[in-house]
Design a protein around this ligand. Structure first.
Ligand SMILES: O=C(O)CCC(=O)C(=O)O
Ligand SMILES: [Fe+2]
Length: 295
């Protein structure tokens, strides 16, 4: 359950976030990351860094072209089309979400196969942003095989998902784990010890420097922190335990990877535009030759 928005804001007001100057993302290119962290996946496992950021992994000009493509294919509404019906949701997903559809495994896998068809045609004539995420991960995890997550019978999960966020959409402080949180032990991805996310920024909610950005807290989830997450009092918990954070500042085309067991949040949007990302989850175990990617 999402904690109550008012509670969250009250705790945040009384306990402002503290930036941790000693916890910095590794960036801006694969080469630089590997120089400083020869095993970047290990750095993520240990939360030695809040994130790995690859600047302009996807050309910024292509971001705009891609958003226009999503609009022309009617996958998201045209913001200039004032005849649009009033939106009733603050988020549109384009793709297949295990979190949302995983309760019915058959329906989930069927939906995922539809997403493969959609993604096969959607990027015609342009750089494929899904490839960019997978190739970046391959470069950061030399020696591993990076592939779309699949069940033992070969059926694949969704390869990635577009998320279009509107209005005052927010992600309260949370963690993501098929193993520890969602407890989807009937899925092949539950074999992995660690879960990461890869998020490619396609559009910010504002272009004037006031855009909303994700915030990583220097705190790996444990049963001890769970009550604060559930109650919406994580900001007070962080202040009490002197937990600092890092704001991951992204521009369109920037791709970041992080450990989803780190408590993270995206505060409420304030700008006039939608915040649009292409996102994946990643399953990783140090001794496993395969890395599974899904959405
Ligand atoms: O959009 C982001 O940057 C992260 C979103 C997130 O935390 C999630 O989808 O679980
Ligand atoms: Fe998350």
């Amino acid at each position: 359950m999402e904690p109550d928005r008012q509670t969250l804001l009250a705790h945040l007001k009384a306990n402002p976030r503290r930036h941790d100057p000693n916890w910095k993302a590794a960036e801006p290119t694969v080469q630089n990351v590997l120089q400083n962290y020869p095993d970047p996946m290990r750095a993520l496992c240990e939360a030695a860094v809040p994130a790995l950021i690859l600047r302009q992994a996807f050309a910024p000009a292509n971001c705009q072209a891609l958003v226009e493509r999503l609009i022309s294919r009617k996958l998201m509404p045209d913001p200039l089309d004032t005849a649009n019906p009033v939106k009733t949701r603050t988020r549109i997903d384009i793709g297949t979400s295990l979190g949302f559809r995983g309760d019915d495994q058959e329906a989930f896998l069927r939906h995922a196969s539809g997403t493969f068809e959609l993604f096969n045609s959607i990027f015609d004539g342009m750089q494929d942003p899904v490839d960019v995420i997978y190739e970046s991960l391959r470069a950061l995890a030399p020696g591993k095989t990076v592939l779309v997550a699949h069940e033992p019978d070969g059926r694949r999960y969704g390869p990635a998902i577009f998320r279009v966020h509107y209005d005052d959409h927010a992600y309260a402080p949370h963690f993501d784990s098929v193993r520890l949180r969602e407890k989807r032990l009937n899925y092949a991805v539950s074999r992995f010890q660690h879960q990461f996310a890869g998020v490619l920024c396609l559009q910010n909610d504002a272009t004037d420097g006031s855009s909303t950005q994700s915030i990583m807290h220097r705190c790996l989830w444990s049963p001890e922190v769970q009550p604060a997450i559930a109650e919406g009092s994580f900001h007070a918990y962080a202040a009490q335990h002197d937990i600092g954070c890092c704001r991951v500042e992204l521009n369109p085309g920037d791709l970041y990877f992080f450990n989803t067991r780190c408590i993270h949040e995206v505060p409420a949007l304030q700008g006039n535009s939608a915040r649009i990302v292409l996102a994946v989850f990643i399953g990783y175990s140090p001794e496993d030759g395969e890395i599974f990617v899904w959405s």
